[in-house]
Design a protein around this ligand. Sequence first.
Ligand code: MCA
Ligand code: AMP
Length: 500
Amino acid sequence: MVTAASPLLARLLAHPIATDVAVIGQDGVTGGAGTYGAIFARARGLSFVLRAGRPSLMGARVAFLASPGRPWVDSLLAILLAGGCAVPLSPLHTAPELAHAIAATDPVALITTREFEARLAPHLAGRKLWMADDRHLPPHGREADVAATDDALILFTSGTTGQPKGVVHTHGGLAATLAALDEAWRWRRGDRLLHVLPLHHTHGVVVALLGAMWAGATARFAPFDAKEVWDLLGESSVLMAVPTMHFKLMEAYRAADDATRARWVEGARQLRLITSGSAALPASLLEEIAAATGQTILERYGMTEIGMALSNPYEGPRVPGAVGAPLPGVEVDVCDESGAPVATGEPGELRVRSPQMFRAYFGDEAATAAAFDAQGRFLTGDTGTRDAQGVFRLLGRTSSDILKSGGYKLSALEIEATLLQHPAIAEVAVIGLPDEQWGDRVTACVVLRAEQALSLDALRGWAKERLAPYKLPRALEVLAELPRNPMGKVQKQALKARFA
Ligand code: MCA
Ligand code: AMP
């Protein structure tokens, strides 16, 4: 047995393993292979292979690429059991994006399935590639000692500088997130989570998947398709989604006939919890969903670095347009630029202190240090207010270089650096324009080289080899010149005002 000083592994390994189902894959097939027992048996076998005789991987990174399903979960648990730090890669990412994630974390090995073997082959650089869908020998001998302070997971997040940064979370930090959500949202062993989120971000990996597993509940993976999600609600007790998904669900509902609507509403009514996060849920959308289904969505606020910070209550009023109050153990201050608290109701930057906090940006001590103030509070870059009842509202971000599209955080600078490589583009500024479906609509404002022409389709076609689909511009504006201030900096607010 693992001598699990890791509170995360201790909790997961304590579940009644033989019968309870942890995971149902996208094929919808339930059964023996998805029980906690079967998953841990396979993960243990793979963890011994990864260690290759070493007592522990001692926090060395192992990257993995798989579709949502059992091999994905087997891989994550195998890495954790081996004392390694898991780096989930995304099937949505292009070759240059995969290359960045692998180069930035320098994994000792990679894991994948037959489906993605060829995609990873160019990135191995001599590293060992293990197959999650192979049978591995049962474990033998002593298991790794894993401590609460050991690194567990690296997730990438976009910043205001260049390429995405790897955010390192420890076993103890993840356990703090999961314990807080378990308490706040009343997770139960009998819960059936409908899991439709991508597995390379906090929302899908930590809040949804590990949230369910912390409680010994079942996560059923399904690709996000609005009609299919409605059809599956009747078999589920919890749905977690980003606002764009809620938007698409209501779009499908409006287009459905009466009999279909009645069936969908019946399924939705018996859920015990529907959440929204990763971007602002418009109050009008919350109200429309409540009127149709009787379900008031629980909106919460978090960030890759800090885990989950604020949540509307499970019991008690959920305020449309608000993100609730701090979760257990979390402190959130609303501050002016000097870090002093602002008056109740006044806007300021949210600064956070929390046991869920990340340990570091991988390999970047300077960026890690710069992310905190002198009092050790994380600088979120989000502006918000707290009212007299202690309820928080978010107003926006301090930087216009950070965009949110469909719940994905995007760096305008990363997209600009890529688009600048296009032979027709001389200058580029990427802005987010308000969009009721996507949050921000990624808009490329470009100045073309002499005698060049460019269409949106041509630009997207060229860029899709280099950027994940959700980073591609959805609009193109061709300008004679970009508005700049006397220092030469592009005035993005002026561009936004012009095209919004
Ligand atoms: C897909 N497309 C997008 C996006 N997603 N374009 C812009 N922004 C996006 N986010 C593209 C598709 O590639 C396709 O392009 C076109 O839009 C239409 O696709 P559609 O089928 O309508 O969309 P979809 O494929 O169903 O995707 C929508 C989605 C997806 C399901 C909402 O974006 C998604 O899974 N978002 C979740 C992101 C997430 O988990 N964020 C959490 C970050 P084409 O027409 O060219 O084929 S963690 C976080 O934020 C913190 C910690 C927190 O608080 O949770
Ligand atoms: P990420 O860096 O991908 O983890 O995204 C975190 C960011 O998403 C936060 O800093 C917020 O800007 C945004 N966010 C998360 N939840 C909410 C919410 N409920 N309302 C508005 N913005 C949110």
